[in-house]
Design a protein. Structure first.
Length: 474
């Protein structure tokens, strides 16, 4: 059987804008085209400065006050007789006011919402209260996440999706660990079925599945189970993707190591099928990584982690991910998996448009627990990072994912002065949406896009509102 039997997953239907393609107003006058905010002395127009404020104390009490008094929501009415696209229940927000994240800058304005979509954007460039307004950004998009809020994709995808929405992530790729190809295919089918059942609920949307393996290099497995890896083969890939007449079981991204035997055949098959290839858990040399990019690979999985490093005579996969514009590079922002200096190097090399901030979170994220158990192993949480306990007394714990949400990572990056508010939010929303070819639907504030939006009080970037399809979920 040839490669034509592999097909891109058919994702749930996305709502499209009805009416004019753009309705962006400045003051009272309408104009066609995409708004481009100015970058003058007015702080409402300029990117936030480096070195953002730290989180305030008493987050829960403050969150309650914010929700009660936030000037952001001007009008709010119950949704009756219908569900907004992709998010039922809750209350339908009709208009928001704040500092809108537009083209990498913050500009004061209003967003009108209708039928779950952004229907109108009105800019207020000369407003006097801009500094007191909340930041309004697209809902965050997580390309790489294994669990959240005490749930994982296999045991409770709905709980995971609802928890993510309450923490500002409104779209995500549930990420599955490697298994035997046939078993992994069954897992994917089960998760994709659960995802379709969630399509009309007030929860973060599943935008496809991410399989982290099993076609990776055992020498770069990191915290992944080596026993569950598989040699690269088209036959094994077909067992994962399922029947030719199906939808690929919703699989949108597969991480593989380009240097292992047979990887080239897999990349060609996956490209024909419309499945994204992300390079990771790899000891590839730079030439091997660049060849994979030329063959159609489009991503690099958690930059710096579990991949061949940068050396002055051999750039490795890290060097290629830092310089190859065809690759969107995932990067974990807990500042433990990637230190502050290395993160700044990546940001200087790729800019926020080339980096996708991912959580790589496990089920303990969003629970506040210091210890949790998963897959029969104990995990210890320190400052938002998850570890396996030391194998021997006095030994070092092993990194094993995070217990951080994307929004927590945004705060860390801003507080450390590594990224501005617009830069950090762009890495967590617009760039991953572009990586998935979904930037017309999510990850940006534009007329016709889904009204998946978050509002953040400053200082501190405390979540005040999280909207899914125009419905408030917190």
């Amino acid at each position: 059987m040839g490669a034509d039997h592999l097909r891109r997953p058919a994702l749930p239907a996305r709502p499209r804008a009805r009416g004019p393609a753009q309705d962006v107003r400045r003051g009272g006058g309408a104009r066609r085209g995409r708004a481009r905010p100015g970058r003058g002395a007015d702080p409402a127009h300029a990117p936030a400065r480096r070195g953002g404020e730290g989180l305030p104390r008493g987050l829960r009490a403050r969150a309650a006050r914010v929700r009660a008094h936030c000037a952001l929501v001007l009008a709010q009415t119950p949704v009756r007789g219908r569900r907004s696209a992709g998010g039922g229940g809750g209350h339908g927000v009709k208009e928001l006011r704040g500092r809108l994240l537009l083209d990498g800058a913050l500009v004061a304005g209003r967003i009108g919402i209708d039928k779950g979509l952004i229907a109108r954007i009105e800019l207020e460039p000369n407003t006097r209260d801009a500094d007191s307004l909340p930041v309004i950004a697209p809902g965050l998009v997580d390309l790489h996440i294994h669990g959240f809020a005490g749930s994982d994709p296999l045991d409770d995808l709905g709980g995971m999706a609802r928890g993510l929405a309450r923490h500002g992530t409104t779209a995500f790729q549930p990420t599955l660990f490697p298994r035997d190809p046939e078993a992994l295919g069954a897992d994917a089918e089960r998760v994709w079925s659960a995802a379709q059942a969630l399509a009309e609920t007030p929860a973060a949307r599943v935008v496809g599945l991410h399989l982290e393996g099993p076609f990776i290099n055992p020498e770069a497995a990191g915290a992944l189970p080596v026993a569950d890896l598989a040699p690269a083969s088209v036959a094994g890939l077909r067992k994962i993707l399922g029947p030719a007449t199906g939808d690929g079981r919703g699989i949108r991204t597969i991480t593989l190591a380009p240097e292992i035997a047979g990887a080239g055949d897999l990349i060609r098959e996956l490209v024909r099928a419309g499945v994204r290839v992300s390079l990771g858990h790899s000891r590839a040399k730079a030439a091997e990584a660049r060849a994979a990019a030329r063959a159609g690979a489009v991503g690099a999985t958690h930059l710096f982690n579990a991949m061949s490093g940068l050396h002055h005579r051999e750039a490795g996969l890290v060097g290629v991910a830092l310089t190859e514009s065809a690759l969107f590079a995932e990067i974990i922002g807990d500042l433990t998996h990637v230190g502050a200096d290395a993160f700044e190097v990546a940001l200087a090399a790729r800019g926020p448009e080339g980096l996708c901030l991912v959580s790589d979170a496990l089920r303990g994220a969003g629970t506040g627990c210091d210890v949790f158990h998963w897959h029969g192993r104990e995990h210890i949480v320190r400052d938002g990072t998850s570890y396996y306990p030391p194998a021997e007394p006095g030994g070092e714990p092993q990194l094993a994912g995070t217990a951080c949400s994307q929004l927590e990572m945004v705060r860390k990056l801003v507080k450390a002065g590594i990224a501005t508010v617009p830069e950090a939010l762009t890495m967590a929303s617009a760039t991953p949406a572009r990586a998935l070819d979904l930037d017309g639907e999510l990850g940006s504030i534009r007329v016709g896009a889904r009204a998946d939006l978050i509002a953040l009080e400053t200082p501190g970037l405390l979540l005040a509102r999280s909207l899914v399809g125009g419905c408030d979920v917190i």
